[in-house]
Design a protein around this ligand. Structure first.
Ligand SMILES: [Mg+2]
Length: 212
């Protein structure tokens, strides 16, 4: 049995929410942000530009919104089973997000993920500035993360799986040996090797010959 690396997208894959929308609710910009998210995930907008436009609407929010958003996140059914199933065979799991470390870090630690990477929100004097801090994790960044983690874990690229729902997951899905569209946008479903429509991420285990 080979060791696998499975890499998941976060928003609408590892979790049922879009974290930026949870933050936008606190900013009163939810309608605007969710319209941009929808267009970005359908591949109609450049991801980095769309992220900057959405983050700009969060300017002035206190950092307490991170804890509020973390508490409201709903983990997708089957995630604990997927993680346990991979770990039982010495395999590893990472998640890579166009969302934010501030909300992902506590979740990743609680779930026992092996790798995670996301964007960071710029903060000054306890409030969001409306800017992203550092390089943006975009479609190319997601594919790089998968390759780096495979090398780090000593897993051959032939034993990698990428799972996502949006257009910015397509590059990492192309980099992986097996790509899985999970409750995905039409463009992602069309390009994936496998489509999973049941809202249960443990369905990914049998694709690797593993049991839940
Ligand atoms: Mg997503």
């Amino acid at each position: 049995m080979p060791r696998f690396l499975t890499v998941l997208d976060v928003d609408s894959t590892l979790i049922e929410d879009e974290v930026i929308e949870l933050l936008a609710e606190a900013a009163g910009s939810h309608a605007e942000v969710s319209a941009i998210t929808e267009r970005a995930m359908a591949g109609e907008l450049d991801f980095a530009e769309s992220l900057r436009a959405r983050v700009a609407t969060l300017a002035g929010l206190p950092v307490a919104v991170f804890a509020d958003a973390t508490a409201r996140v709903r983990v997708t059914p089957g995630v604990p089973e997927l993680i346990a199933g991979l770990h039982a065979h010495g395999s590893v799991i990472g998640v890579v997000s166009g969302g934010f470390h501030e909300v992902l870090d506590p979740l990743a630690e609680q779930l026992g993920l092996d790798y995670w990477r996301a964007n960071r929100l710029d903060v000054a004097e306890g409030r969001l500035t409306g800017r992203v801090s550092g390089p943006i994790v975009d479609a190319a960044g997601k594919a790089s993360a998968l390759r780096e983690w495979a090398a780090d874990a000593g897993v051959d690229l032939a034993h990698t799986v990428a799972v996502g729902d949006g257009a910015n997951d397509l590059q990492m899905m192309a980099a992986a040996a097996l790509s899985v569209a999970f409750n995905a946008k039409p463009r992602v479903r069309d390009q994936a090797d496998v489509v999973v429509d049941r809202c249960d991420l443990s369905q990914v285990l049998p694709l690797m010959g593993l049991r839940g």
